[in-house]
Design a protein around this ligand. Structure first.
Ligand code: ATP
Length: 224
Protein backbone atom coordinates (compact mmCIF):
# COMPACT_ATOMS: atom_id res chain seq x y z
CA UNK A 1 0.00 0.00 0.00
CA UNK A 2 1.32 3.46 -0.87
CA UNK A 3 1.56 6.02 1.89
CA UNK A 4 -0.21 8.57 -0.25
CA UNK A 5 -1.42 8.44 -3.82
CA UNK A 6 -2.72 11.34 -5.87
CA UNK A 7 -4.24 10.38 -9.24
CA UNK A 8 -5.16 13.00 -11.83
CA UNK A 9 -5.72 15.68 -9.18
CA UNK A 10 -6.70 19.21 -10.16
CA UNK A 11 -7.42 22.17 -7.91
CA UNK A 12 -8.44 25.78 -8.57
CA UNK A 13 -8.83 28.73 -6.23
CA UNK A 14 -11.60 30.68 -7.93
CA UNK A 15 -10.25 31.32 -11.42
CA UNK A 16 -6.65 30.43 -10.54
CA UNK A 17 -5.89 26.89 -11.66
CA UNK A 18 -3.27 25.87 -9.05
CA UNK A 19 -2.86 22.19 -10.05
CA UNK A 20 -3.81 20.33 -13.22
CA UNK A 21 -4.02 16.60 -13.54
CA UNK A 22 -1.20 15.80 -11.11
CA UNK A 23 -0.40 12.21 -10.18
CA UNK A 24 2.06 11.25 -7.46
CA UNK A 25 2.53 8.04 -5.52
CA UNK A 26 4.72 7.99 -2.43
CA UNK A 27 5.87 4.57 -1.25
CA UNK A 28 6.54 3.59 2.38
CA UNK A 29 10.00 4.76 3.41
CA UNK A 30 10.36 7.05 0.39
CA UNK A 31 11.52 10.69 0.51
CA UNK A 32 10.13 12.87 -2.29
CA UNK A 33 11.10 16.48 -2.99
CA UNK A 34 8.54 18.67 -4.74
CA UNK A 35 10.28 21.59 -6.42
CA UNK A 36 9.47 24.38 -8.86
CA UNK A 37 9.10 28.16 -9.06
CA UNK A 38 6.92 30.29 -6.77
CA UNK A 39 3.24 29.82 -7.41
CA UNK A 40 3.61 26.53 -9.35
CA UNK A 41 1.33 24.66 -6.92
CA UNK A 42 3.72 22.99 -4.45
CA UNK A 43 1.89 24.04 -1.28
CA UNK A 44 -1.46 23.17 -2.85
CA UNK A 45 -0.15 19.67 -3.60
CA UNK A 46 0.93 19.27 0.03
CA UNK A 47 -2.43 20.48 1.38
CA UNK A 48 -4.27 18.05 -0.92
CA UNK A 49 -2.03 15.15 0.16
CA UNK A 50 -2.81 16.01 3.79
CA UNK A 51 -6.55 16.19 3.15
CA UNK A 52 -6.60 19.81 4.32
CA UNK A 53 -7.87 20.77 0.87
CA UNK A 54 -10.31 18.57 -0.97
CA UNK A 55 -9.43 17.61 -4.54
CA UNK A 56 -11.94 19.13 -6.97
CA UNK A 57 -11.18 16.35 -9.42
CA UNK A 58 -9.06 13.23 -9.27
CA UNK A 59 -8.42 11.02 -6.28
CA UNK A 60 -6.31 11.20 -3.13
CA UNK A 61 -5.77 8.01 -1.14
CA UNK A 62 -4.04 8.66 2.17
CA UNK A 63 -2.72 5.61 4.07
CA UNK A 64 -5.31 3.44 2.35
CA UNK A 65 -8.33 5.74 2.75
CA UNK A 66 -9.91 7.43 -0.26
CA UNK A 67 -10.36 11.00 0.98
CA UNK A 68 -13.24 11.64 -1.41
CA UNK A 69 -15.46 9.50 0.79
CA UNK A 70 -14.23 11.04 4.06
CA UNK A 71 -15.94 14.04 5.65
CA UNK A 72 -14.01 16.82 7.39
CA UNK A 73 -14.00 15.01 10.77
CA UNK A 74 -12.79 11.75 9.23
CA UNK A 75 -10.05 13.53 7.30
CA UNK A 76 -8.96 15.34 10.48
CA UNK A 77 -8.79 11.99 12.27
CA UNK A 78 -6.63 10.37 9.57
CA UNK A 79 -4.41 13.44 9.57
CA UNK A 80 -4.01 13.36 13.35
CA UNK A 81 -3.16 9.69 13.33
CA UNK A 82 -0.97 9.37 10.28
CA UNK A 83 0.36 12.74 9.13
CA UNK A 84 2.85 15.25 10.53
CA UNK A 85 2.80 18.64 8.83
CA UNK A 86 5.49 21.32 9.00
CA UNK A 87 4.40 24.54 7.34
CA UNK A 88 6.59 27.46 6.35
CA UNK A 89 5.87 29.68 9.35
CA UNK A 90 5.45 27.10 12.07
CA UNK A 91 1.75 27.83 12.61
CA UNK A 92 1.70 27.05 16.29
CA UNK A 93 -1.37 27.65 18.46
CA UNK A 94 -0.64 31.17 19.77
CA UNK A 95 -2.13 30.79 23.28
CA UNK A 96 -0.42 27.51 24.14
CA UNK A 97 3.10 27.27 25.61
CA UNK A 98 5.54 25.61 23.25
CA UNK A 99 5.59 22.34 25.23
CA UNK A 100 1.79 22.02 24.99
CA UNK A 101 1.87 22.90 21.29
CA UNK A 102 4.17 19.94 20.70
CA UNK A 103 2.16 17.68 23.03
CA UNK A 104 -1.15 18.66 21.41
CA UNK A 105 -1.37 15.89 18.76
CA UNK A 106 -0.90 13.29 21.51
CA UNK A 107 -3.40 14.99 23.85
CA UNK A 108 -5.96 15.01 21.02
CA UNK A 109 -5.38 11.28 20.57
CA UNK A 110 -6.22 10.73 24.25
CA UNK A 111 -2.74 10.27 25.71
CA UNK A 112 -2.31 11.19 29.38
CA UNK A 113 -1.02 14.79 29.76
CA UNK A 114 2.10 13.75 31.68
CA UNK A 115 3.08 11.19 29.09
CA UNK A 116 2.29 13.57 26.21
CA UNK A 117 4.37 16.37 27.74
CA UNK A 118 7.28 14.03 28.42
CA UNK A 119 7.25 12.90 24.77
CA UNK A 120 7.00 16.54 23.66
CA UNK A 121 9.99 17.50 25.82
CA UNK A 122 11.98 14.65 24.24
CA UNK A 123 11.22 15.91 20.70
CA UNK A 124 11.99 19.52 21.63
CA UNK A 125 15.33 18.28 22.82
CA UNK A 126 15.94 16.24 19.65
CA UNK A 127 15.17 19.17 17.33
CA UNK A 128 17.52 21.29 19.44
CA UNK A 129 15.01 23.86 20.72
CA UNK A 130 16.36 24.96 24.04
CA UNK A 131 13.77 27.32 25.54
CA UNK A 132 11.77 27.15 28.79
CA UNK A 133 8.71 24.91 28.22
CA UNK A 134 6.35 27.72 29.18
CA UNK A 135 7.60 29.96 26.34
CA UNK A 136 4.75 31.19 24.13
CA UNK A 137 4.98 30.99 20.31
CA UNK A 138 5.06 34.82 20.13
CA UNK A 139 8.33 34.73 22.08
CA UNK A 140 10.05 32.43 19.56
CA UNK A 141 12.10 33.49 16.55
CA UNK A 142 10.95 32.28 13.13
CA UNK A 143 13.58 29.54 13.16
CA UNK A 144 12.67 28.44 16.69
CA UNK A 145 8.99 28.28 15.70
CA UNK A 146 9.97 26.07 12.77
CA UNK A 147 11.87 23.72 15.10
CA UNK A 148 8.85 23.54 17.43
CA UNK A 149 6.57 22.81 14.45
CA UNK A 150 8.89 19.98 13.40
CA UNK A 151 8.81 18.52 16.92
CA UNK A 152 5.00 18.69 16.85
CA UNK A 153 4.95 16.95 13.45
CA UNK A 154 7.19 14.12 14.66
CA UNK A 155 5.73 13.54 18.14
CA UNK A 156 3.14 10.99 16.97
CA UNK A 157 5.59 8.97 14.84
CA UNK A 158 3.60 9.70 11.64
CA UNK A 159 3.49 7.48 8.56
CA UNK A 160 3.74 10.59 6.41
CA UNK A 161 5.61 13.83 7.08
CA UNK A 162 4.68 16.71 4.80
CA UNK A 163 7.04 19.64 5.08
CA UNK A 164 6.70 22.99 3.28
CA UNK A 165 10.08 24.75 3.20
CA UNK A 166 10.94 23.23 6.60
CA UNK A 167 14.37 24.85 6.77
CA UNK A 168 13.49 28.27 5.31
CA UNK A 169 14.00 30.19 8.58
CA UNK A 170 17.01 28.20 9.79
CA UNK A 171 20.75 28.68 9.36
CA UNK A 172 22.46 26.14 7.09
CA UNK A 173 23.79 23.85 9.83
CA UNK A 174 20.56 23.82 11.88
CA UNK A 175 18.55 23.32 8.68
CA UNK A 176 20.66 20.32 7.72
CA UNK A 177 20.30 18.78 11.18
CA UNK A 178 16.53 19.26 11.16
CA UNK A 179 16.21 17.76 7.70
CA UNK A 180 18.26 14.75 8.81
CA UNK A 181 16.02 14.30 11.83
CA UNK A 182 12.80 14.61 9.79
CA UNK A 183 14.04 12.08 7.26
CA UNK A 184 15.82 9.55 9.45
CA UNK A 185 13.28 9.40 12.28
CA UNK A 186 10.40 8.99 9.82
CA UNK A 187 11.93 6.56 7.34
CA UNK A 188 13.52 4.40 10.06
CA UNK A 189 9.98 3.51 11.12
CA UNK A 190 8.87 2.89 7.51
CA UNK A 191 7.29 6.32 7.11
CA UNK A 192 7.55 8.63 4.09
CA UNK A 193 8.49 12.28 3.71
CA UNK A 194 7.37 14.82 1.13
CA UNK A 195 9.52 17.95 1.16
CA UNK A 196 8.57 21.12 -0.65
CA UNK A 197 11.57 23.32 -1.24
CA UNK A 198 13.34 25.86 -3.41
CA UNK A 199 16.59 24.79 -1.83
CA UNK A 200 18.69 22.33 -3.86
CA UNK A 201 20.33 21.01 -0.68
CA UNK A 202 16.89 20.01 0.61
CA UNK A 203 15.92 18.38 -2.68
CA UNK A 204 19.22 16.49 -2.71
CA UNK A 205 18.18 14.74 0.52
CA UNK A 206 15.29 13.06 -1.35
CA UNK A 207 15.10 9.73 -3.21
CA UNK A 208 13.08 11.35 -5.98
CA UNK A 209 12.42 14.87 -7.23
CA UNK A 210 9.10 15.89 -8.72
CA UNK A 211 9.27 19.26 -10.45
CA UNK A 212 6.14 21.33 -11.02
CA UNK A 213 5.56 24.23 -13.37
CA UNK A 214 2.28 26.13 -13.63
CA UNK A 215 0.42 23.38 -11.79
CA UNK A 216 1.70 20.39 -13.77
CA UNK A 217 4.46 17.84 -13.21
CA UNK A 218 7.14 18.67 -15.76
CA UNK A 219 9.97 16.47 -14.59
CA UNK A 220 10.45 13.49 -12.35
CA UNK A 221 13.86 12.10 -11.53
CA UNK A 222 15.20 9.43 -9.19
CA UNK A 223 18.06 10.86 -7.12
CA UNK A 224 19.50 7.78 -5.50
N1 ATP B 1 -5.84 30.45 -0.74
C1 ATP B 1 -5.63 30.84 -2.00
N2 ATP B 1 -6.52 31.62 -2.64
C2 ATP B 1 -6.33 31.99 -3.92
N3 ATP B 1 -5.28 31.62 -4.68
C3 ATP B 1 -4.36 30.84 -4.10
C4 ATP B 1 -4.48 30.40 -2.73
N4 ATP B 1 -3.41 29.64 -2.42
C5 ATP B 1 -2.65 29.59 -3.54
N5 ATP B 1 -3.22 30.29 -4.54
C6 ATP B 1 -2.70 30.44 -5.92
O1 ATP B 1 -2.52 29.14 -6.46
C7 ATP B 1 -1.30 29.03 -7.17
C8 ATP B 1 -0.42 27.96 -6.53
O2 ATP B 1 -0.06 28.38 -5.22
P1 ATP B 1 0.84 27.51 -4.24
O3 ATP B 1 0.89 28.24 -2.94
O4 ATP B 1 0.36 26.11 -4.25
O5 ATP B 1 2.25 27.60 -4.99
P2 ATP B 1 3.73 27.30 -4.43
O6 ATP B 1 4.44 26.62 -5.54
O7 ATP B 1 3.65 26.62 -3.12
O8 ATP B 1 4.30 28.78 -4.24
P3 ATP B 1 5.49 29.31 -3.25
O9 ATP B 1 6.74 28.59 -3.67
O10 ATP B 1 5.55 30.77 -3.58
O11 ATP B 1 5.06 29.02 -1.84
C9 ATP B 1 -0.69 30.43 -7.16
O12 ATP B 1 -1.08 31.08 -8.36
C10 ATP B 1 -1.34 31.09 -5.96
O13 ATP B 1 -1.44 32.48 -6.16
Amino acid sequence: MSTVELSGVSHAYGRTQALRDVSLTVAPGEVVAVTGPSGCGKSTLLLLAAGVLRAQSGRVVLTGTDLAGADEAARARIRRRSVGIVLQFGQLVPDLPVLDNVALPLLLEGHAPREARAAAAGWLDRVGLDVPPTTLPSELSGGQAQLAAAARALVTGPLLVLADEPTASLDTATGRQLLDLLVTSTTAAGGSVVLVSHDNAVAARADREVRLRAGSVVHEVALS
